[in-house]
Design a protein around this ligand. Structure first.
Ligand code: CO
Length: 219
């Protein structure tokens, strides 16, 4: 019943406020002044993968962008705006792309079924599938193939992230942020590293490496 869900969420909020005030009476007043998150999280919209809970962090500690199947699309203004703000204004030190095993978006991209408009979004994961076609088709077990595509998707989205001008200009200026790729295992709650941390342009394909921008010269 929708009314029950409404009540559950509002009651939950009331309890959250009461408990937080009990344990830390300054919590809301100090957070209301500013935010200084240490990390940007780019994750799947899946309800089982909430960034704060699974990393044991509190409101204010992680800046979050989520979409279906944690995709970083070069022309996605939403994702790029979050990235730009996190890197250049909040100056986060770490950016994480986090996928998860059992991802419905990744599973759908392994089939040829039509799901409607979302097929166009999932085509970004089909691009990953095409790039790693031989490796994926050599895996006979369907669950294993899905797990591997979840990992490869994270690795490729980390590559996409590092290909952005935002990340590369930040590396040139302040040698940060670190970029990591993780996969969350819903069955045991553990985060696994799948993409090596990248901290400079040397870690990415030369095809995507931008030279530092030339300083503007006045006529
Ligand atoms: Co998912």
């Amino acid at each position: 019943m929708p009314e029950d869900t409404y009540k559950q969420l509002k009651d939950g909020n009331r309890k959250f406020v009461e408990l937080t005030n009990l344990h830390n009476p300054e919590f809301f007043s100090s957070l209301s002044e500013t935010q200084k998150p240490k990390a940007l999280w780019i994750g799947c919209a899946d309800s089982r993968v909430p960034a704060n809970q699974i990393t044991g962090t509190l409101p204010g500690e992680v800046f979050v962008h989520r979409n279906i199947a944690n995709v970083v699309v070069h022309t996605d203004l939403n994702c790029l705006s979050v990235l730009e703000y996190a890197v250049n204004v909040l100056e986060v030190k770490l950016v994480v792309v986090c996928g998860h095993y059992g991802c419905g978006g990744v599973a759908a991209s392994l089939s040829n079924k039509s799901h409607g408009m979302i097929d166009n979004w999932l085509n970004h994961i089909k691009d990953v599938r095409r790039l790693h076609r031989d490796e994926l088709e050599a895996i006979e077990d369907e669950d294993e193939r899905l797990r591997r595509l979840v990992e490869l998707n994270v690795i490729e989205q980390v590559n996409n992230l590092c290909a952005t001008s935002i990340i590369q200009e930040s590396w040139q200026k302040r040698k940060l942020p670190y970029v990591h790729g993780w996969v969350y295992d819903i069955s045991n709650g553990i985060l696994k590293d799948v993409a090596e941390k990248v901290t400079s342009q040397h870690g990415i394909s030369d095809i995507y490496r931008f030279e530092p921008k030339a300083k503007s010269v006045k006529p």
